[in-house]
Design a protein around this ligand. Sequence first.
Ligand SMILES: Nc1nc2c(c(=O)[nH]1)N[C@H]1C(S)=C(S)[C@@H](COP(=O)(O)OP(=O)(O)OC[C@H]3O[C@@H](n4cnc5c(=O)[nH]c(N)nc54)[C@H](O)[C@@H]3O)O[C@H]1N2
Ligand SMILES: Nc1nc2c(c(=O)[nH]1)N[C@H]1C(S)=C(S)[C@@H](COP(=O)(O)OP(=O)(O)OC[C@H]3O[C@@H](n4cnc5c(=O)[nH]c(N)nc54)[C@H](O)[C@@H]3O)O[C@H]1N2
Ligand code: SF4
Ligand SMILES: [Mo]
Length: 776
Amino acid sequence: MADQSSDQHIQGYCGLCIARCGTVAVVQDGRFTRLEPDPTHPTGQALCAKGRAAPELVYHPERLTHPLRRTRPKGDGDPGWVRIGWDEALELTASAMRRIAQQHGPEAVSFSVSSPSTTAIADSMPFVRRLMNAFGTPNVLSNLDICGWGRAGATRYTYGVASIATSGGGAMPDIANSGCLILWGYNPSYSRLTHATAVADALKRGMKLIVVDPRHVGFANKADVWLRVRPGTDGALALGIANLMIQRGWYDRDFIRTWSNGPMLVRADTGRMLTEDGRNVVWDTAAGRAVPYGGDCTNLALEGEYRVGDVVCHPAFELYAQLCRRYPPEQVESICWIPRGQVEDAARLIWHARPVSYYAYSGHEHHANTTQTARAMSLLYALTGSFDAPGGNVLLPAPPAASITGDDLPAAKRMAPTLGLAERPLGTARSGNVTTRELYRAILEGQPYPIRGLIGFGSNMLLAHPDSVRGRKALAALEFYAHSDLFMTPTAELADVVLPAASCFEREALKIGFEISREAQEQIQLRQAVVTPPGEAMSDTDIVFGLAARLGLGGQFWDGDIDAAYRHQLAPTGVALEQLRAAPGGVRVPLRTRHHKYAERGFATPSGRVELYSQTFLDHGYAPLPEFEEPKIGLAAPPDLAARFPLILTSAKSTLFCQSQHRALPSLRRRALDPEVDLHPEAAQARGIAGGDWVSIETPEGSVRARARLNDGIDPRVVVGEHGWWQACTALGAPGYDPFGPNGSNLNLVLGVTALDPVSGTASHKSYLCEIWRAA
Ligand SMILES: Nc1nc2c(c(=O)[nH]1)N[C@H]1C(S)=C(S)[C@@H](COP(=O)(O)OP(=O)(O)OC[C@H]3O[C@@H](n4cnc5c(=O)[nH]c(N)nc54)[C@H](O)[C@@H]3O)O[C@H]1N2
Ligand SMILES: Nc1nc2c(c(=O)[nH]1)N[C@H]1C(S)=C(S)[C@@H](COP(=O)(O)OP(=O)(O)OC[C@H]3O[C@@H](n4cnc5c(=O)[nH]c(N)nc54)[C@H](O)[C@@H]3O)O[C@H]1N2
Ligand code: SF4
Ligand SMILES: [Mo]
């Protein structure tokens, strides 16, 4: 009989979502029974229901436990899975990769990975990248077009940093010191617990809060201003708030003059920057003439029109202000459905409660106008002058780790261009990330070159991305597809070889920095396995190393020694691997935050300044200022479409599940048995729908089912769906759903890809049109 003393308490962190909460796992008699928060950890204040359900995930009877090989054709109802050994699984995969590379080049093998915000793939991501680099493929489907583009890719063109409001080398909101925080299309109460805790603490000390969300959810009830924006119109809102701030003089003129390209003159004839001997030209108001940019900025004009020789010019700021003037409060009210007084309240608060920080996430990213929306928001933010200031969005320090992604490996230097680079040269392809549209086209049409093989780590693309039916056709058409996962998903089901992955509780992982604050960034941790994986499941890192060896790339993978890779990564930090193994709760490396670092070396943009006006965009045929465009499948759609589909369809994450996962865990599923769609009681009544009724959500692409949940907090013209439903929960007898038909509940089945963001290729996940019917 085991007594209390046989319990093991293992410090670690939960890898299930981006919060990465510090945890203590309780193991009784060798069985993982409980996950608890670790209050000594910088992200260990609390755990969510998913974290607490970790043992259900670990011991779930439907986990993949052995490598499987398909024996029947794709499209056949029965894949004829047979159990195989790891040697055979890895050999089959490596030989297919080699064969395809010989015939079509290594670029014909794409990779796919789940998002690190919704899975533990971050544990292995740098190694997956390294494998791609060593093998020589530039293509990975990583969700960047829907998760990260707005706050990372798009804002890079304004600030030249990895992102303006997220982790991974980007700026993070310094919530503890903010005077005012904007949660813009982001509900951390559901999606990043550690941020929710930080916000709750800051509100207690009096921080002001603005929430921009079509739903009254999360912190909306604690917000000083809640802006119930019409989905997909955040760009107009940002321009409208900026307009008031500029009109009222509520902006940091010194910052704009010195650290943005606002004073730089733009030629009225070409729209390009006026230059002289390669230097930008500005207007000196004291001297009354144009001068080359550089030196003292005090007298530089931000407004007006000037003639330089015979060229008419305007300071970039003047053009930005002109754009903003097109969005006075009454215009914002009519576009965004936000009362004009609230626009004024937000503008006043942003200025008077500085320093300001913001975090914008999926709410503004899942739209076909996301790039310019994110840019408009980031320019509004520039007006505050809070960037990299205490209490603003700060580029936090990080322990100095070595990169292991292998960007300098020989094959990485001679790679083909990423799919989509020609069409969208400023988009996701720039960093080697493809969209599903491009992937499916390359598989099915061989354009711009064929993709014949796919190596998947988690990504459940048929549920996560639109165009599920074409996606299924594409995956079935692959010459070879290997997929590593915890469960047999609808995407994995199309693989030739399925590889069982260890969950984050069954494997070791190294994490350097925990992102949300300086204190969290100081934390380096080697997470230990709590228990062994089920059956023969193996970590993705082991899978990558196994493949590398069979591809003859072991020499580029520390000869198969994962510890050596960790040592390499850790070397600059001064922390030894043994030190981490001896301290499962992690080791802290003291860091100091320095602010206003741009004052030393400017911004990493072409002008060296925050770019209000982007000539880079202009040169690629995009608007140089963040012009607002109506959602393409929206009110401005062809009138017959808008008449047939009068409701605006957006979506949001569930607090209980990550994306397409976790429906099989009884303690979670019990609390949300069926997919739901939020609609206003008036909209429901007009359609004879009662709360709890099954309804069909119909779009021009087809229909899917969900249960009606009445919500009087949303606009009667807006409905909010949930994506990711396919999995059954056998223990509760709760059903699964067909991802490909109208009786199923795959929301992305009815979202089309005719309207895409021109810069990034992002589809309209959160601004579509639909009609709702009571289901028969
Ligand atoms: N309509 C609509 N669609 C959306 C969204 C939305 O808000 N609305 N959100 C979008 C967003 S933000 C994103 S990021 C994408 C997410 O899309 P995905 O990144 O595909 O995420 P999931 O749907 O969570 O699927 C993750 C898969 O990885 C597996 N997995 C979990 N952990 C591991 C691991 O450690 N190793 C391996 N090999 N596999 C693992 C899971 O079992 C699951 O099958 O979906 C997007 N789709
Ligand atoms: N519990 C849980 N946690 C998660 C995930 C999960 O699936 N479940 N997924 C992880 C991942 S991959 C991500 S990307 C993050 C995302 O985290 P969030 O960004 O918080 O995710 P969402 O719920 O998709 O969107 C946030 C809010 O945007 C609102 N919204 C919808 N349309 C619009 C719009 O047009 N404009 C604005 N301003 N708001 C809008 C929604 O009502 C929602 O409240 O969460 C991560 N954490
Ligand atoms: S919020 Fe929940 S799922 Fe995410 S890391 Fe924390 S405990 Fe895990
Ligand atoms: Mo995401």
